[in-house]
Ligand binder design. Structure first.
Ligand SMILES: [Zn+2]
Length: 972
């Protein structure tokens, strides 16, 4: 194959991927990696530029947002949003890394895929960058009524949110401290204090310099024809001349002495009083740039050996020390030019800070000297090998993960295919691990212990932190204001007004029509069906899904959760962890963990709690999941039996460790996951499923964990009795349901083992407990030290007269990608806003993410009903909504997810007839459906409940302004 302008550099068979890879060079210097995989319909394209920043203004990040705000061929405000609204995309996003910016898209439909590619290529090469775009996405001044200035901007606010999370601050510090002399020494995302330094000239220049084919790495993957790939590229690349571009990432000069740094993070006053504060400490090493892939793989496996499971020796030493609550540090970071390793503890008292660093180093010394348990090494090797072979990327397209893996080397001009193959390096590492030469111990010595390029980061709580940052900002704004003439202030007001008008002005229909899109007739009218056969084994229900799984068995073993008394519900997550992380009567948890690691592809427990179709009661099940190669399956089932029947719950010390980890995890999740916290808390006021989940995962669970710490101390016997009661209620044959995803031909091998497991379980009577949820009434303001808010509001639409219709999927998408996006994100400056509707409970809930506002956002939600009833919906917009909703229904799933989804649907009464009816209703949605829904939604303003998570000051200010008062509850 030859297309003018492209030189084929290399063709390689990629056995591990069942694919053929080709590398092309375009005349402009653009590097193209083209992977043909006829078995994968989930096609992926990505274009990446090397974008090393020189300061922390967030320039690459703001540019990433901005190029998606309209381009030459697609002159609308946000083509990206038009694609979100009306494509079958299975992935559509952009990422800024410390040294690169990636623009990936994916779709299962070839035409849709090329539509996405077209819009993305035009966006990156021909964006309509204007000072207004920089203002909107980056930063600008706004003049308040009293004449003072404030900063506004999407990225400005996004990074304020990011910097409210101590975990993110820590991760950024660990990287920056190790690389002070390179581009990795600054924040590519942008620090709120530095973002306002960015000028339009720098912004425009950066795009000109770096968004050029000579600085581009392009990726195609999937089952589409390769000549079509080159043809579309040619359209864009041929307009450019090759150019010399200096975007090299320098290597960091080495230190001869370790360093350390101390910083503070924000906490509320009460936090620092109670236990003297909680520091985070991480020890970091710069490992450099090993050229051979074997060493790189070896280091990744070493990472898993040291901290991959709760039984891993480094993790265990840190947790056993009792110095902190949970690990911090990101482990082995391999996506930048040079590898670094980071490990430490969070939740550390100030007096213990120094001991963390010495403990990390002593542990490494001990492992290097005494050797690592060979069973731990084997378990880690098996786990990593299983993951490489399974290549289970969850909801991410496989081709995207492969692209990122390849870029981790090709961006520095190395072979793009080497990181995609693993057989050879894996075989070499396995051989070395078993040859008695102490391979991993050697890696510890050479790359960590003998490495003086080490830095320890201390991040300490400080109740004054926020006030100090605010003062810096206020003074800076005041100084800027002082230099302005009255005319300039008037100009600023006018600018802000003009920006607002631009944001509010609708795109021209003729411009919107330029965005390429499928037609309604291109959509598949029939639902996709997952095979299921419902049978019984040893008297118990077993559901099979006959799918190709590449030799793997996916097993879900579930029990009824409604047998568990209400007051025990908060124990469920801990009980699930106990099964695999506390040990059995015969094995301590290290041995058990080694057995799981070396004989399976992983096992864990979780709860499945959801509203259902034919009942007002929640479906509630306790699920154990496991995956293994077919020949490992008897081991998997043996382990299941051992943990279910002989888990050794009486281990106070280990249980306390898990409770502290859970608590630290819940606390760390409050800021990055604030929208989920708010959403769950809100829904828990309306339906049983959410109420139960809130007890097990929400703010109520966090409060439970805090009191449990004392209870373990004072009344272990009482806690143990509760845990044992949970097990006795859960583990019974009478409520078991097994779900297995594997090819029919392999069933015969599974069944005898399954039958034995089922027979060994205690019979039980399946007696149901009575749950009496105490639904909150009123509105809540949950406070924590953050500079952003998460604002939620919801109402039950079945109470306000709505009857379920499939069109609701189209309508909520339209609200999300249009109404809410424009008002809460673009105009309000929040990072995002959502709404979702539950078919079975009837609850519609709205939520915002990293939001500078509260009252304004709530007013937007309240206006949604009127917006829908008065909406003049043209056919074009309606079609977009329908395409997007179908895309959501047909989201891409790997076999394990298909089997699981099918099980859930069958449990909650969602049959194929129902799904087809909903799909038909999506496809035949009309403008009238929008009005009917809008009328029901008008009830939100008066009848809705509000939950906000945010700063105390923000919530108090909202209370002063609004009639619906938020009841204040401090969570952090
Ligand atoms: Zn962003």
């Amino acid at each position: 194959m030859s297309v003018q302008g492209f030189e084929l550099i290399e063709t390689r068979e990629l056995d591990e991927l069942n694919s053929t890879g080709r590398v092309y060079r375009h005349a402009t210097g653009a590097r193209i990696v083209s992977i043909a995989n006829p078995q994968d319909e989930n096609k992926v394209f990505g274009i990446t530029f090397r974008t090393p920043p020189t300061d922390s203004t967030g320039l690459p990040h703001i540019l990433e947002h901005s190029v998606l705000c309209g381009s030459q061929k697609f002159p609308v405000k946000e083509p990206f949003v038009e694609l979100l609204k009306g494509s079958l995309k299975t992935f559509l996003n952009a990422f800024t890394y410390p040294d690169k910016t990636c623009y990936p898209v994916a779709s299962q439909s070839e035409q849709d895929f090329y539509n996405l590619v077209d819009v993305y290529l035009d966006a990156v090469f021909h964006p309509r960058l204007t000072p207004d775009v920089l203002k909107q996405e980056g930063w600008h001044y706004e003049v308040e009524e009293d004449g003072t200035l404030t900063y506004k901007g999407v990225v400005f606010n996004e990074m304020k949110g990011e910097n409210s999370s101590p975990e993110r601050v820590m991760a950024e510090l660990c990287q920056q401290i190790l690389f002070p002399d390179t581009t990795y020494g600054v924040d590519s995302g942008g620090h709120p204090q530095a973002i306002p330094d960015l000028t339009w000239e720098q912004f425009e220049e950066f795009h000109k310099d770096y968004y050029h084919p000579s600085n581009a790495w392009i990726w195609f993957y999937g089952d589409d024809p390769e000549d079509r790939r080159l043809a579309i590229l040619d359209e864009y690349l041929s307009g450019f001349e090759p150019r010399q571009i200096d975007s090299n990432v320098a290597r960091q000069p080495r230190w001869t002495q370790p360093r350390s740094v101390q910083e503070t993070y924000s906490v509320s006053d009460q936090d620092t009083d109670d236990d003297g504060g909680k520091s985070m400490i991480a020890v970091n090493w710069l490992l450099g740039e090993p050229v051979d892939y074997e060493t790189r793989l070896g280091l990744q496996i070493l990472d898993y050996i040291l901290i991959g499971t709760s039984a891993s020796p480094m993790r265990k030493a840190l947790i056993d020390s009792g110095l902190g609550e949970d690990l911090c540090g990101g482990g082995m970071e391999t996506e930048l030019r040079e590898i670094f390793f980071s490990v430490g503890l969070k939740g550390v008292a100030e007096v213990d800070e120094a001991r963390v660093e010495s403990l990390v180093i002593e542990t490494l010394q001990r492992l290097a000297k005494d050797g690592i348990d060979i069973e731990t090494i084997r378990a880690s090797l098996n786990t990593v090998e299983f993951r490489l072979r399974e290549n289970n990327t969850g909801s991410y397209p496989r081709g995207l993960i492969l692209m990122l893996r390849s870029l981790a080397r090709s961006l520095y001009d190395e072979d793009p295919f080497v990181p995609l193959g693993f057989e050879k390096p894996l075989a070499a590492v396995k051989a070395r691990a078993e040859d008695g030469s102490g391979y991993f111990e050697g890696l510890i010595r050479d790359h960590l212990l003998a490495n003086s390029h080490r830095a320890t980061v201390f991040l300490r709580p400080d109740a004054e932190h926020d006030a100090r940052e605010e003062q810096v900002e206020t003074e800076r704004l005041a100084a800027a204001r002082a230099t302005m003439s009255e005319d300039e202030v008037i100009q600023l007001r006018n600018d802000a007004q003009r920006l607002k008008e631009l944001q509010e002005a609708p795109d021209q229909p003729k411009d919107l029509a330029k965005i390429p899109r499928l037609k309604r007739g291109d959509l598949e009218p029939k639902i996709r069906v997952v095979p299921i056969e419902q049978t019984t084994v040893a008297g118990a229900p077993v559901w099979y899904h006959d799918l190709f799984t590449n030799g793997i068995v996916y097993l879900d073993v579930g029990f009824d959760l409604r047998t568990v008394p209400q007051q025990l519900l908060p124990y469920l997550s801990l009980f699930g962890r106990c099964l695999f992380e506390i040990g059995t009567e015969a094995e301590d948890f290290v041995r058990l963990s080694q057995r799981i690691g070396s004989r399976t592809g992983g096992m864990w427990a979780h709860t499945l709690v959801t509203p259902q179709r034919h009942s007002r009661d929640a479906l509630a099940r306790f699920q154990v999941r496991g995956r293994a190669m077919l020949n490992q399956m008897p081991d998997l089932i043996d382990i299941l039996r051992d943990v279910l029947l002989t888990v050794n719950l009486d281990n106070r010390e280990r249980f306390l460790q898990m409770v502290l980890e859970e608590k630290a995890g819940e606390e760390a999740g409050l800021i990055p996951g604030g929208h989920s916290v708010v959403g769950l808390r809100l829904r828990s006021q309306f339906d049983e499923a959410a109420w139960v989940t809130e007890q097990m995962e929400g703010v109520s669970y966090l409060f439970f964990l805090r009191s449990l710490v004392d209870q373990i101390e004072n009344d272990w016997a009482g806690v143990l009795a509760q845990l044992q009661a949970v097990r006795d209620h859960i583990v019974q044959r009478s409520t078991i349901l097994v779900n297995a995803t594997l090819p029919d031909a392999d069933r015969a091998q599974l069944e005898p083992h399954l039958a034995k497991l089922i027979e060994d379980l205690p019979a039980g009577d399946g007696k149901q407990a009575v749950w009496t949820p105490s639904y909150q009434s009123g509105h809540e303001g949950l406070t924590l030290p953050a500079q952003v808010n998460y604002v939620g509001k919801g109402v039950n639409l079945y109470d306000t007269g709505y009857t379920l219709h499939g069109s609701v999927g189209v309508i909520t998408r339209t609200l999300r990608n249009g109404y809410l996006w424009d008002r809460v994100r673009v105009q309000g400056g929040a990072y995002g806003a959502f709404c979702s509707f539950d078919h079975f409970s009837g609850l519609i809930s709205f939520g915002s993410y990293r939001d500078p506002n509260i009252a304004d956002t709530l007013a937007v939600y309240d206006g949604a009903g009127d917006f829908l009833t008065s909406l003049e919906l043209n056919d074009d917009e309606l079609t977009k909504g329908i395409i997007g909703a179908i895309g959501e229904l047909d989201s891409y799933q790997l076999p394990d997810a298909k089997g699981y989804t099918s099980m859930v649907r069958n449990l909650i009464g969602v049959d194929d007839a129902y799904r087809q009816k909903m799909r038909d209703e999506v496809l035949s949605t009309t403008a009238k459906d929008f009005r009917v829904f809008g009328e029901a939604l008008s009830g939100l303003a008066a009848a809705g409940r509000v939950v906000v998570l945010g700063s105390k000051e923000g919530i108090e200010a909202a209370n002063a302004e609004r009639e619906e008062k938020l009841e204040v509850l401090a969570v952090l």
